[in-house]
Design a protein. Structure first.
Length: 646
């Protein structure tokens, strides 16, 4: 896990080395174990050793730079940018390829000789042998740029699901890329302009991380499963998709027993290769099913491994009912046989850390749950662990959110399985402690099913907010990223459950969660790995019929079945999820209250929200003590604009 940075100008960089390298230095938290920069005269197809000499920098057209967090091959042989012996290929790389040993063995069988034991060299040599076709062989997470003088191009690639970030700007023969947006803002020719479409969606629809656009106008993210190819001679860019989400389900008729067995095998293998590291590996562990599954599989693997697995588990605990799952966490700790470490932030900590948290995240985010994760990764760093496993992705591909359950009931009804729809909805509502009639409006079922015939599917937005300024609403009409971009996956009227899972996984929820996880972990120089996002496991999950994933009133049933005999029963069959919960309502009415008031009265939000309407809304939230994430969004947007001067 590292930080990458690159700048290209086919007319010459025309900037002092020290000036450009600010884009590397500002992200030093991503790679405290070393840094490197390589400068190239792309017309002559050669590297230039500049040593910060402005005269020699004048002949450079391309900078590739790297910040290193040493995880595999801790020697200097793993330093980057890394080139081949003939100088025709160079790479700067962020991520981990977990099957690098298998790919290395295959290349060695064809006569390739390696200098290091790093996975970086495996990526470079795999590209040398197979070109960009090599990427489909990788199991892992990555964002990298490969300079290919043989084909006169720069190939920039991001992993299938966007686990690792990659942002870029382009235009006028110039191109720059980076792990974090703040790196690009250090480049003299990159402007700080507000993307009001993203702001509108954040305030109106409560979403972020939609599609390729960011909150900074002109700064884009390379979408997951895509390559960007820059032609060195013309400066032109072409974006190419190399991976498409699997279509399905393809495993109709598979039994619950066979599905659980295969799911367990795939998850076990994924956890096993995710443990490959030359430094200690721990895990994030809550009282939930997903992190518990990873932790107990780590236990199983350590029992048969020739190399002992150090099992440290990290959790954030708040002694407030709305955010306390200590009872279940302790059961997971005992089952996984791990050494537990607890972060226990005080109320004042969120105020003290707020500016740093907003700065590291690069863009606004939806709730203070991100602070709980932030606190966990700080604890990981302080404990001396450099790598942790985490459970992101399972909810999105298996239906772990309560909001997806009604889609399952509708899917059963749409397929004529009315008895199952009613039985499952009754069982689920009982487990959730909800009135059955509130789960699905059965009296309006025919109308609801009729509305499912459109390609876009049911509207997933929120009602108009009375505190959004009318002028801002009118200016944003018809331009919403949420409405135009967020949900591009075809909606299947007969499979609303599968459709909503694909949207959550590929387009909305998961992309945001992965951004939060990357920034929080790298803020403390920690590598976070997500075993549920092994593409082989993901493809299997999406090939399963819906009633394998949801059964007996339980979501994520295939995972629950797969963990039978490994996890404690109260955890395995726990119906209600909590996630990275924080005492948000408590904070809103205490330590964050004056900050929120300052935000809604600030000039930075004056163009977006009506102060009087926002004040009334805030008063209502405080009086009713109803949890609402609006106050946080106002505060976060205000602090973000102030922090980044945008």
């Amino acid at each position: 896990m590292c930080g990458i940075f690159g700048v290209f100008d086919r007319h010459g960089l025309r900037a002092l080395p020290q000036e450009l390298l600010k884009g590397l230095a500002i992200a030093s938290h991503r790679g405290p174990d070393g840094e490197g920069a390589a400068w190239f005269d792309t017309r002559q197809s050669r590297e230039i050793v500049i040593d910060n000499d402005p005269a020699r920098a004048a002949s450079a057209h391309l900078l590739l730079a790297h910040l290193r967090l040493a995880i595999i091959d801790l020697s200097d042989l793993g330093r980057q940018p890394m080139g081949t012996d003939d100088g025709q290929l160079w790479i700067t790389y962020n991520g981990e390829i977990y099957n690098y040993l298998e790919i290395r063995a295959e290349l060695e069988s064809h006569g390739v000789v390696f200098r290091s034991h790093s996975d970086t060299e495996v990526v470079l040599r795999a590209y040398e042998a197979w070109g960009s076709e090599a990427f489909s062989r990788f199991v892992g997470m990555w964002a990298f740029a490969i300079l290919d003088f043989r084909q006169r191009r720069l190939v920039v690639s991001r992993d299938r699901f966007g686990i690792k970030p990659l942002h870029y700007v382009t235009g006028g023969g110039r191109f720059a890329f980076a792990s974090e947006i703040k790196q690009l803002l250090e480049i003299p020719w990159v402007s700080r302009s507000l993307n009001t479409r993203a702001v509108y969606d954040y305030l109106q629809y409560e979403v972020s991380d939609l599609g390729a656009e960011t909150f900074f106008d002109g700064i884009n993210r390379l979408l997951p499963g895509h390559n960007l190819v820059l032609q060195l001679d013309t400066g032109s860019c072409e974006i190419q998709r190399y991976y498409s989400p699997p279509t399905g389900p393809l495993l109709e008729g598979i039994s619950p027993i066979d599905a659980a067995r295969r799911f367990r095998e795939l998850l076990y293998e994924s956890v096993r290769v995710h443990l490959r590291s030359d430094v200690p590996v721990g895990t994030c562990l809550s009282g939930g099913l997903d992190s518990g599954a990873i932790a107990v599989l780590m236990r199983e693997i350590s029992r048969t491994s020739e190399r002992p697995v150090e099992r440290h588990a990290f959790n954030c605990h708040f002694d407030i009912p709305e955010a306390n799952e200590l009872e279940f966490t302790r059961q997971n700790i005992a089952a996984a046989e791990v050494q537990p470490h607890f972060a226990e932030p005080a109320d004042r900590d969120i105020v003290d850390d707020l500016q740093s948290l907003v700065w590291h995240q690069d863009e606004p985010f939806g709730s203070t749950s991100i602070f709980a994760q932030w606190s966990v990764f700080r604890l990981v760093r302080d404990t001396g662990v450099k790598v942790v496993l985490d459970g992101q992705g399972a909810d999105e591909m298996l239906g772990g959110y309560a909001s997806t359950a009604p889609h399952f009931f509708l899917e059963m009804a749409a397929r004529g399985r009315f008895a199952k729809a009613m039985t499952e909805s009754w069982q689920w509502s009982r487990l959730q402690g909800r009135p059955w009639h509130s789960v699905v409006p059965w009296t309006r079922l025919r109308t609801v099913l009729g509305k499912l015939s459109g390609a876009a599917g049911p509207a997933m937005g929120s009602p108009q907010k009375p505190w959004i300024r009318e002028e801002f609403k009118r200016a944003s009409a018809g331009k919403s990223l949420f409405e135009l971009q967020a949900y591009q996956t075809a909606w299947d009227a007969k499979a609303p459950f599968e459709s909503i899972l694909r949207r959550f996984f590929f387009e909305s929820n998961l992309p945001a969660l992965l951004r939060f996880e990357d920034r929080n972990s790298m803020a403390f120089s920690v590598e976070s790995r997500v075993p549920f996002l092994d593409h082989r496991l993901v493809e299997f999950a999406f090939a399963l019929p819906s009633d394998i994933k949801f059964r007996g009133g339980y979501a994520k049933r295939v995972l629950r079945d797969a963990m039978s005999g490994l996890l404690p029963e109260p955890v395995r069959m726990r119906a209600r999820k909590m996630g990275f919960a924080t005492p948000e309502l408590h904070w809103q009415t205490t330590v964050l209250k004056p900050l929120v008031r300052d935000a809604i009265n600030s000039e930075l939000l004056a163009g977006f929200i009506d102060r009087e309407g926002a004040s009334v809304t805030l008063d209502t939230i405080e009086q009713t003590r109803r949890l609402d994430f609006l106050p946080w969004r106002w505060l976060n947007l205000y602090m973000w604009r102030k922090q980044f001067n945008v």
